[in-house]
Write a protein that binds this ligand. Structure first.
Ligand SMILES: NC(=O)c1ccc[n+]([C@@H]2O[C@H](COP(=O)([O-])OP(=O)(O)OC[C@H]3O[C@@H](n4cnc5c(N)ncnc54)[C@H](O)[C@@H]3O)[C@@H](O)[C@H]2O)c1
Length: 234
């Protein structure tokens, strides 16, 4: 059994992750951290050497807390799967380099801006299309309580398209409205034609198979941090 703790457990994503972990036969939910629940991540990591010690922490919190949470997990030797978007992961690379050759237990980090398989495919197809068409723009649409703009998925898509085409990253337009969950459209234009690649998330369950896959695989990553669910899928 993989022992899993969730940071941001009272949030929209965190609650859905807790349900998914509870429903997975090979996982046990050993802790929920969230200021709204009165439990900190440090409280959960203090359970080391007890039966509540997590093997993996899943973080769906806020851009201003995800990095500190991840560093805390790595220092405690606990693997971490990060779904939170809108933060700079650079210090996680430095932490990994600093730890190379040290005695401390190796803890891996997986960061995925989008855990939905359809979104991962959208990014892959957009990168392929960017190699063949002149120009592109990205429109991302999310619920109006999302804290970061542009979305982590849009920034990652733009990065992958720029890498594939050898050109500039395409411009990104952000829409924030009630009623939306998470949607993205990549429009590519060329001589007398356009191509639109669109992904729509209707419910947060869409992210759960990806999150559970990441929990199962984070302990055996070759590189840490690893960015993108695609590294586990393709
Ligand atoms: N990677 C993906 O596939 C994916 C999908 C959807 C959302 N997201 C991202 O996940 C994040 C969470 O989204 P949400 O809609 O659930 O937000 P939310 O505001 O509903 O939940 C965030 C929760 O984190 C808690 N929190 C804040 N600081 C904390 C800390 N230090 N320790 C523990 N908990 C803390 C808050 O109290 C809140 O309950 C956002 O960054 C969002 O962009 C990622």
């Amino acid at each position: 059994m993989i022992k899993v703790a969730v940071a941001g457990a009272a949030g929209r994503m965190g609650q859905t992750v807790c349900e998914a972990v509870t429903g997975a036969e090979d996982m046990e939910l050993v802790g929920r951290a969230d200021p709204l629940l009165g439990t900190t991540l440090a409280d959960l990591l203090d359970n080391a050497a007890t039966e509540l010690a997590p093997d993996v922490v899943v973080d769906f919190t806020q851009p201003d807390t995800a990095l500190a949470n991840a560093l805390q997990c790595v220092r405690a030797g606990v693997h971490v799967v990060i779904g939170t978007t809108g933060f700079d992961p650079a210090p996680l690379y430095e932490a990994d380099a600093a730890r190379a050759g040290s005695e401390s237990r190796r803890a891996n980090v997986l960061i995925a801006p989008n855990f939905a398989i359809g979104a991962v495919l959208m990014m892959r197809f957009a990168a392929e299309a960017a190699r063949h068409m002149q120009k592109a723009e990205i429109i991302e649409l999310h619920h109006d309580r999302k804290l970061d703009a542009p979305s982590g998925t849009a920034k990652r898509t733009a990065e992958l398209m720029a890498d594939a085409s050898g050109g500039e990253p395409p411009p990104i337009h952000s829409v924030r409205l009630p009623g939306l969950v998470a949607n993205q459209e990549v429009i590519l234009g060329d001589l007398a034609q356009t191509l639109t690649i669109r992904h729509d998330t209707i419910g947060r369950e869409s992210f759960m198979p990806g999150v559970l896959l990441a929990v199962r695989r984070v302990g055996s990553l070759e590189h840490s941090p690893t960015v993108g669910l695609e590294s586990l899928l393709f």
